[in-house]
Write a protein that binds this ligand. Sequence first.
Ligand SMILES: C[S@@+](CC[C@H](N)C(=O)[O-])C[C@H]1O[C@@H](n2cnc3c(N)ncnc32)[C@H](O)[C@@H]1O
Length: 210
Amino acid sequence: MVDFDDLAATWDDDPRRTQRSQEFAKLLAAAVPLRTDMRALEYGAGTGQMALSLLPHVGTIVLADASAGMVEVAASRIAQLDEPRLTATQLDLTTQSAEPQSFDLVYSSLVLHHVDPLPTALNAMFATLKPGGWLAAIDLEQDGGAYHAQHADFHGHDGFAHHQLQDLIEGAGFTDITFRAAGHTTRTAHGDHEEDREFALFLVTARRPA
Ligand SMILES: C[S@@+](CC[C@H](N)C(=O)[O-])C[C@H]1O[C@@H](n2cnc3c(N)ncnc32)[C@H](O)[C@@H]1O
């Protein structure tokens, strides 16, 4: 497992993450009909960068993450901003549930490939959405393990084939499943020499039937 508690304090030091979060928020806003009265849950919100970019488009966002370190950084950012429309909470939907039928949107960026078992979390996302609510997730195309090559202890998914994730999302009860290209993310490999590599991303959206 990647130790996100350890990474939390310096997560925001890489400006590529800020830029990436801003781009993800734009992609999501273009794909889902957002409204400023929507209650959103960001699953695996990390330090809260994407939520800040998405906030102008929705009503409130709960920033949920399994990592206590990430939640601590997100909570201190919210306190500094004095932003009552954001809250941060520790939550792992593979072992916990969220309030049933209470969100209009559940979204995540670069999180699903870490989640195991993923069907359990997708079922919990479905349950916490109101009927007609939206799921949106940005994640890695299948990468043969290259993205996490430097994490010998990574036991998540090596990206996703669309049909594989589509089956899991459908299995949780979602409909209207749509995949879109979502650009690339860059990762620097530190081997004998430093090398930047690009990894293709997709955005998948789906709905809980009304
Ligand atoms: C690659 S980081 C992405 C963080 C943020 N979404 C971003 O794009 O910068 C993955 C995040 O997912 C969280 N995470 C991993 N497994 C999780 C789980 N089962 N439940 C909730 N959060 C999880 C990690 O703690 C981490 O913050």
